[in-house]
Design a protein around this ligand. Structure first.
Ligand SMILES: [Zn+2]
Length: 388
């Protein structure tokens, strides 16, 4: 079994891995890289995509699905596997991040989507693809691919210690592709949630909390110390995420439903509220937060950023100018989480995706089998039967 590392290795964004064995070839995710331009915006796929038998999408964030129209423009003609929640969210991601020309010629192909549920096992040729809940967003999954001789597990984006979402255990494997977004960050989610709650309590005059629509928004709603407002455009999606209770920890849907029902809607014509205000996206690139970040910056309204900020994004610029604070709300594994995933998978050889090389070096001192020198564009053979 061979892997082509097409995006997300030694970098954050355009996450994509091709798995080949015998005559079978599948693609796991097809993301774009925010902040890049030209070919570096897309997976490093040489030539046509016509030889790919099937595409599997882990979730609808731009760094995992944003290159779908581009992939279709490169001749991809096979089925596209994703969960119903990912299917529902992906068109909005493409609208925000796909090239306008690609998107008009290759709009979201609803008729080619093959739905599955987390936990399902899928077959493509001689490959068996198992899936499990990621703990990252509603409907998000990881994939493990087995050809009978070896198994690779691709974590996509996962959260092993979420206060909101369930993550299923990643199985034993010969090669594990970890979500290394945070490198060796030692501060677990519960401690970060407390820091965010305390920051919000220190800003009773109101504040802006930019957040991606899916995933982190529910983590923030669970962490906030009191009443809050939401941008009105978020309500139906948040409600749908809470209603997808199979993705959520027991007892959580009821709490979140109550909090959301109590939260007033805020719209762009209103004055900035004397409450914490949630608005998507998380970095000011798109959605209402792209309008709200400049407004808050001009008004001196406090801003707390809680996630990844691509260099040069509006959130990054506001933070660099000292006009916004930043506390990470983990939506990826922190150190203990990734060590736990690796140990439960049998301590296999490992790669890390979605971070710069220096973070991989930090993680390697805790995960000695981490292979830190692999970059986007390279190939790697999966060790055979090393960890049955
Ligand atoms: Zn994600």
């Amino acid at each position: 079994m061979m892997l082509d590392l097409l995006g997300g290795f030694g970098e954050k964004g355009r996450t994509s891995v091709a798995v080949s064995s015998g005559g079978d070839r599948i693609l796991l995710d097809a993301g774009i890289r925010v902040g890049a331009s030209g070919p570096a915006y897309y997976p490093a796929l040489e030539g046509s995509a016509a030889d790919i038998d099937a595409l599997f999408i882990s979730h609808a964030h731009e760094d995992h699905v944003g290159a779908l129209s581009w992939l279709l423009s490169r001749g991809y003609a096979g089925p596209i596997f994703m969960t119903a929640e990912t299917r529902d969210e992906a068109p909005a991601t493409l609208a925000a991040y796909a090239d306008a020309g690609d998107l008009s010629r290759f709009p979201f192909p609803g008729d080619r989507i093959e739905l599955f549920e987390p936990g399902d096992m899928l077959k493509i040729g001689n490959l068996t693809i198992s899936t499990g809940r990621s703990g990252h967003v509603v409907g998000g999954v990881w994939f493990a691919v087995d050809d009978g001789d070896s198994r690779v597990a691709y974590s996509a984006d996962v959260v092993p210690d979420s206060n909101v979402f369930v993550m299923d255990r990643i199985p034993n494997c010969d090669l594990l592709i970890l979500d290394a977004s945070y490198g060796a960050d030692p501060i677990a989610g519960a401690a970060r949630a407390r820091q965010i709650s305390e920051w919000v309590a220190r800003h009773p005059q109101g504040c802006l909390l930019p957040t991606p629509l899916s995933g982190r928004s529910l983590e923030l709603i669970a962490a906030l110390p009191g009443p809050f407002a939401i941008h009105a455009s978020m309500r139906s999606s948040l409600q749908a995420q809470i209603d997808a209770s199979a993705s959520l920890l027991p007892g959580v849907p009821g709490i979140l439903r109550h909090r959301l029902a109590e939260a007033p809607d805020w719209t762009d014509v209103d004055p900035l509220p004397a409450l914490p205000l949630l608005a998507d996206d998380g970095m000011g690139e798109a959605g209402p937060s792209s309008r709200l970040l400049p407004r808050a910056g001009e008004a001196g309204y406090p801003v707390l950023l809680t996630g990844h900020l691509p260099a040069g994004s509006p959130g990054d610029l506001l933070h660099a100018a000292g006009r916004a604070d930043w506390v990470r709300m983990p939506t990826h594994p922190t150190l203990s989480g990734n060590v736990g995933i690796w140990e439960k998978a049998g301590r296999p050889a490992a790669l890390g995706h979605s971070c710069a090389p220096d973070l991989l070096d930090e993680l390697k001192s805790h995960i000695p089998s981490l292979l830190t020198n692999y970059r986007t564009g390279q190939r790697i053979a999966v060790p055979q039967g090393s960890n049955p």
